[in-house]
Write a protein that binds this ligand. Structure first.
Ligand code: ACO
Length: 369
């Protein structure tokens, strides 16, 4: 008879973390973790980011899935931003000590409070930049700035955040970033969204749940700590010793390693290419390259059986910092970029129509005989 386990002895039956388990069919994105390739609806990420605006990349991802109310997606998102701004009062009324991410979830919950229909993919995805900018302004003790429905998302997001039009290179960098992270297979937050959608909860519930899954440092919470790491290293010359000490303390290096990639995450290079397009030389890029090469060498030595390479979060941190986005906004901005992907997966899951409900193995005590 199996001995009952105590809390501290619990080893999940799925200690593989569901690695390699297929739980959905999708037409949205395909990752080849060995070759280091990412396709969105058949197109390599390198052909999308830096070439298409966020709206056009979403239209590519959403084709046949989302019917647009009228006109193109840019116009539909402009309208969605204006509608979302009408509900910002609920965010202002929420407790003062909420983080930006938490206040965005309040805004999402209150979205279309006075409308009869629950918000759809356009309403939710279009609202996210308004929620981010408003939450940050409220945190700073400033009034939220109304959207300009004629602008494209990246442009209006920065304008609502900063209170003034952002320089073109910053808009391009943010646009490139948002496209780069639009969708990425069945990552933890997308899986969470699909689980929630499978219960027939509405799309907004699925997105709020996905945000919770995104927040952790093993997923979308990593880029802020990447910047903390660069700050702690300070200078390229310190990289080797700092990294070695960090690894020997048992810490994980943020921005490295991936569940699927056994080579470099292609999104890291797409973002690094964005850094090269910025008008000024960036001393942090020199530091980042030194830290990256020290980390790759140390990880290869420390974990020779596990190919650990640079992931998307490493250059996310450097790129967003270079265009003066505060590190506390990296994860909220990730949510803005990933929301259209979550929504598309929700629609696929709704069409599949099957409850996701796995099983656990009971290893606790049995009733006395
Ligand atoms: N630094 C040091 N060691 C690492 C790292 C890292 N960044 N990543 C993995 N390892 C080690 C683990 O300690 C483990 O070693 P062990 O077998 O001796 O215990 C081995 O490599 C395998 O790691 P797992 O956690 O089993 O691999 P998994 O696929 O579950 O983890 C993850 C992937 C969570 C991303 C991991 O690589 C990690 O923690 N990275 C750092 C955080 C990070 O950058 N997160 C962002 C990911 S990208 C994204 O979600 C958008």
């Amino acid at each position: 008879m199996t001995k009952a386990l105590k809390h501290g002895e619990l080893t999940p039956a799925n200690a593989t973390g569901l690695e390699g388990v297929i739980v959905a069919n999708t037409v949205l994105s395909d990752i080849d973790g060995i070759k280091g390739e990412l396709l969105l609806r058949g197109k390599p990420i390198e052909a999308l980011a830096g070439h298409l605006s966020f709206e056009d990349a979403i239209a590519h991802l959403w084709q046949d899935l989302v019917s647009l109310p009228s006109g193109d997606l840019r116009r539909a998102f402009g309208t969605a931003r204006v509608r979302a701004f009408a509900g910002v009062a609920a965010m202002q009324a929420a407790p003062a000590d909420l983080t930006v991410f938490e206040r965005m979830r309040v805004g999402l919950s209150a979205l279309s409070l006075h409308e009869t229909q629950t918000p759809d993919a356009v309403a939710i995805s279009g609202a996210m930049p308004v929620l981010l900018a408003a939450a940050q302004r409220i945190k700073e003790g400033l009034s939220p700035i109304a959207p300009d429905s004629g602008l494209r998302t990246a442009e209006d997001l920065l304008r609502m955040l900063l209170g003034t039009p952002a320089p073109g290179h910053a808009v391009e960098a943010v646009d490139r970033y948002l496209v780069t992270i639009l969708d990425h297979g069945l990552n933890a937050s997308t899986f969470a969204a699909r689980v929630i959608a499978s219960t027939q909860a509405d799309m907004r519930d699925a997105v709020i749940g996905a945000m919770g899954a995104l927040k952790g440092p093993l997923h979308g919470g990593a880029p802020g700590p990447v910047l903390d790491m660069l700050d702690a290293v300070g200078q390229p010359d310190n990289a080797d010793s700092w990294i070695e000490q960090e690894l020997s303390s048992g810490a994980r290096l943020m921005g490295f390693g991936h569940r699927v990639y056994r080579t470099r995450d292609p999104r890291a290079d797409v973002l690094k290419a964005g850094l090269r397009k910025l008008p000024q030389d960036n001393p942090k890029l020199v530091l980042a390259e030194a830290v990256e090469s020290a980390a790759l060498a140390a990880l290869a030595k420390a974990k020779p059986d596990r190919a650990l390479d640079t992931n998307v979060e490493f250059y996310t941190a450097v790129l967003l910092d270079a265009v003066e986005i505060d590190r506390s906004l990296f994860t909220p901005l990730f949510a803005v970029g990933r929301t259209p992907g979550w929504c598309a997966h929700v629609l696929e899951q709704q069409a599949a129509g099957k409850l996701i409900r796995p099983a656990s193995r009971y290893v606790g005590p049995k009733p006395d005989a």
